[in-house]
Design a binder for this molecule. Structure first.
Ligand code: ZN
Length: 236
């Protein structure tokens, strides 16, 4: 194998490795973007939740106000009944009922005050929360943009690599390319292993002396007897 072929095969390997890493990066991007979209939704939910809680409390307050109205009606009826009371027992009972209703009203009024405080407190949080959420959403949008930009660049790079590869393959003898592809299918990573200290850098096996000395002399591309990768010795 002549040195041009060796150079071309090394170049092919370099391209293939970059195609592999570029593809992996590209495949990881959609999930990253999806996760960011989700956290953006979560941010906006925070505000919705707070507003929803305010509505709930306002509704509870309204219910309590209606309860007070009912009790006031009840007191009016008791007062009317008191005017027509006949027995002492009846009188005492009505007074007791009136006192109970008045007591309930006071309790409910306290509850309403608590609710109003809570509503006020939550409403006061809204502007600050809106600012925070807007800031976070902007941040997330920026990150999403960056990733989309990266995606575009990686896709362009991938197209470029693929067309470079096509050009390169045209310059290779079909049988050399075919062997390269066969090894690649088997080893799934680097096809060409650099030989260092008479060791195959693909499988870390020491190359038998006979093959190693041949490697030093020949122009041929030899393969590792253990992993089958092309062996490349630089200082030939
Ligand atoms: Zn090997």
């Amino acid at each position: 194998m002549d040195s041009t072929t060796v150079k071309n095969l090394l170049k092919l390997q370099e391209i293939d490795l970059e195609i592999q890493s570029t593809t992996e990066k590209l495949q990881s991007l959609p999930t990253k973007i999806e996760n960011l979209e989700k956290s953006k939704e979560e941010e906006t939910y925070k505000l919705e939740n707070l507003k929803h809680r305010v509505k709930e409390l306002e509704f509870a307050k309204k219910e309590k106000e209606l309860d007070i109205q009912d009790l006031q009606e009840r007191i009016k009826k008791v007062e009317k009944a008191l005017e027509k009371v006949k027995t002492n027992e009846e009188y005492k009972n009505l007074l007791r009922e009136k006192a109970r209703a008045e007591e309930s009203i006071m309790e409910i009024e306290d509850e309403i005050i608590n609710l109003m405080e809570e509503i006020e407190n939550l409403k006061n949080q809204i502007p600050q929360l809106e600012i925070e959420i807007n800031r976070k959403v902007q941040e997330i949008d920026y990150q999403i943009n960056q990733l989309q930009e990266e995606e575009k660049n990686l896709q362009q790079r991938l197209e470029q690599l693929k067309s470079n590869r096509e050009e390169l393959v045209k310059n290779l003898k079909p049988q050399d390319y075919q062997q390269y592809e066969n090894i690649k299918k088997r080893v799934k990573s680097k096809v060409i292993a650099i030989v260092q200290d008479s060791t195959c850098s693909g499988c870390y096996m020491i190359i038998p002396p006979k093959i190693f000395s041949e490697l030093l002399k020949t122009d041929k591309m030899l393969t590792c007897p253990n992993c089958g990768r092309y062996l490349y010795y630089e200082n030939r």
